[in-house]
Design a protein around this ligand. Sequence first.
Ligand code: GLN
Ligand code: ZN
Length: 768
Amino acid sequence: MLTHNLGYPRIGSHRELKKACESYWSSQISLNELLDAGRAIRRHNWQRQHEAGIDLIPCNDFSFYDHVLDLSLTVGAIPARYRPLLDMPDSSELDLCFAMARGYQKDGLDLIAMEMTKWFDTNYHYLVPEFTKDQTFSLTSRNVLDEFQEARALGINATPVLVGPVSYLLLGKEKVPDFNRLDLLDRLMPVYLQILGELQGLGAQYVQIDEPFLALDLQDETKRAYESAYAAITRACPELKFILATYFAGLEDNAELAASLPVNYLHLDLVCAPAQLDQVLSLIPPQLGLSLGVVDGRNVWKNDLKRSLELISKAVEKLGSERVALAPSCSLLHAPCDLVLERDETALPSEIKGWLAFARQKLDEIVTLRGLAQPETHRQYADKLKENMLDMESRRQSALIHRPAVQQRFAAVRPDDLKRQSPFGVRQEKQCADLNLPLFPTTTIGSFPQTDDVRRLRLRLKKGELTPEQYEAAIRTETEQAIRWQEDVGLDVLVHGEFERNDMVEYFGELLKGFAFTGSGWVQSYGSRCVKPPIIYGDVERQAPMTVKWSKYAQSLTAKPIKGMLTGPVTILQWSFVRDDQPRSTTAKQIALAIRDEVCDLEKAGIRIIQIDEPAIREGLPPRQADWKDYLNWAVEAFRLASSRVVDETQIHTHMCYSEFNDIIESVAEMDADVITIETSRSQMELLDAFVSFRYPNEIGPGVYDIHSPRVPTEQEMTALLHKALAVLPARNLWVNPDCGLKTRKWPETRRALVNMVAAAKALREQV
Ligand code: GLN
Ligand code: ZN
């Protein structure tokens, strides 16, 4: 029974990758120092996995930015606009990679970054491959091969991990009309075969190919593509053994197809779809092995060993232990690195810590499960099983989890709680009269640059170097400066700037009951951006107002309206590690009730515009369409529960980022926010199409400034985008804003961009 891992967190347990990349970007370290930092992380990860006793250890799961972007470089799918960089003498491959990820404004060049989107229903983002009709592929970056050799030099015959050819094409996007990216498969395959051939030549034994799409809804032509691709792969590389990995959903109607592909192991995500095991076992051909993803790769709860063993023994009974492998359900990229680093009893009480396992601990769980599943080693591990069963029981019974008051409130929710007083048309008139905003009002999404100074304030508070009063005074100063700054720039609806928030979810989590926190539980969100999701372990309840003080203070400084700023229930859920002992929908609605309390208090305090951010609604969509309706129903209900108990005059905003809206536009409309601001700038307003063809009824601010890149857009550029929007939306419904919060930007570039943005809005007012 082999144990293997699908991928290990690449950021380093102390976020070494983030620090190295950002130092390199600000020219504080050299390229060589950055490369060294990458090597150190990889070596450390390989050693960890080796020490844990994992048989097959992945390589090429590392990336300086994103593994899908790396693959685009590997196969030479480099959009034409970056060609000038290829010809530049001292620009390295990694510089090209960063330019593609972040845009490039130097040397007289001005290249926009590639589009970025969520990796399935996770909070990881990948860079969307861009394909043209005449797309060609050739082996361009040798990273995969280099990493394999690097591991071998350290004595590890690692298992290279590649996103498979079909999923790679499906992850991308046609940049010109009239062709289907899957038609590029014939051109792409030779590069895969070349890479695999070279790996075989170098002595690789196993290769893991990730085909997450194989567990999604597939069209017939995609099924054919799978058949031909994998026939070609195994034909070309008879000495390699292949693990074909699926995750995030069950195979269902694709089970037969998946089991018929000529690979050695098929990996199943048995955490999100345990029922698929029976189905696959019923049709598995004699030569195929199964890799059982029994340890949750994307949540933090300790594995229920007994339950996993039931699944394992079912497979062993049918296949024999030789044909069974054990693994996490998906790459551990989505899990924090190491629970051992958590030592703060107030943030993470030891009782709760006892219920958790992070990436490193999950490796141990896999090895333990193997020990328990094999009769010859079972006794050696029997104590671990006993201990685990006690842990499971203590969690179920814990008084920390269950709060009767919350459960009663939840049970008392009525349909009226989900409805605003009047329909949008009525509200719009009232809000218009009340707020008296100009046409094309300008605003931002909430946060302003979180400078090192601001972050240091929080650190000093934590260390006791600042009293809470001193900290508050400093944040007040920041807030006041931001108000003056916004007035100066000429924005119409101001924000307080979110200086008091470390993170839009963590901030609320810290103030709500039912949440625990880690000190080092970072996971990668995109590039160097990491998040530290809270852990929702119990019933959620608000203890006291959370934001009112700051919004009220900001409003006291200006005659312009201040937009109150809250994070929505679905986003808080989606960006946390969520308890797995009750339905997610229940937890979402508990959070919604807490947010509703805050909305009401903001209104009472005189805040007339309240934004409830739901950037994560789209990413929570289950991978399989059959499950969408149910999810969207409760997600919309949670938002409405949080937002409906206000008077007509109070304007509710929401914000969503990185969303493909086509699939969910009806539900977005059902949320019935008065104003929605969305990402669109990187896709040149493409995302707006969904709103237009649906005739989205409420007000909308399609982002005109891409804040995910340091590049400053010109006034003309934004005017052009606004004209595009105006051609399809009623003028009175159009807002002007960046496409997300400005937290990660620097002040000078933000100022130049927003000055341009306000100028663009003013120019438009004159033209219309
Ligand atoms: N209000 C948040 C901010 O501006 C929204 C961030 C987000 O959408 N991810 O930071
Ligand atoms: Zn956003």
